[in-house]
Design a protein around this ligand. Sequence first.
Ligand code: HEC
Ligand code: HEC
Length: 145
Amino acid sequence: MKSTNRNKYAIVALIGLITFASIAAISPKEMQPRERNLKVLPKDISHDSLDHLMDYYKVALNVKCGYCHTRSEKNPKKLDMAADGNPIKEVTRKMILMTNEMNDKYIHSITHPSSDATQLQLVTCNTCHRGKAKPDVAAISIKED
Ligand code: HEC
Ligand code: HEC
């Protein structure tokens, strides 16, 4: 009796394994590149441009990638760049939109008074941040008098 039961379990386990293996084999997920979670940056931004931009944020704010990105649930030693777990990522999205709007709406509408200005100076993250995660409000102190 005991051995037939054991055989049954073995067969059930084997069927389970075959089913799992065949699903894994036909699943196209691993073959296709993972869809990006880009809500404000251009969805078709190249890998290199995205890399450069992220490096730029790092330097402009003097932070590491993990300041804005969250740890992977599967491997906490790594960051999950596509995940939205870190609230600073959402703040950054607002910052990107704000910076774009400042340039599109205002800077680009400037008619330069001096004719030698051939190129408009655009607002960047560094215009305000200058190597600080939070811009330094104490840089200028205005005394009330
Ligand atoms: C100041 C915050 C900030 C820093 C620092 C930062 N990132 Fe990001 N990163 C973002 C935001 C915000 C997005 C999502 C943009 C969007 O929604 O369009 C993003 C998206 C990404 C993505 C795309 C993920 C996907 O597939 O959806 C990658 C990859 C990435 N970052 C890598 C990095 C790396 C590597 C570093 C460090 C060199 C880094 N980031 C530093 C804010 C940051
Ligand atoms: C016009 C000035 C200005 C520009 C341009 C600007 N920021 Fe900011 N940023 C601020 C200010 C002010 C704060 C602080 C807001 C607060 O939390 O009170 C801030 C806060 C942040 C924070 C949150 C920091 C923290 O620890 O709470 C991040 C991240 C950030 N900015 C990223 C960026 C990125 C990336 C860019 C460029 C795409 C950018 N900012 C452009 C002014 C600016």
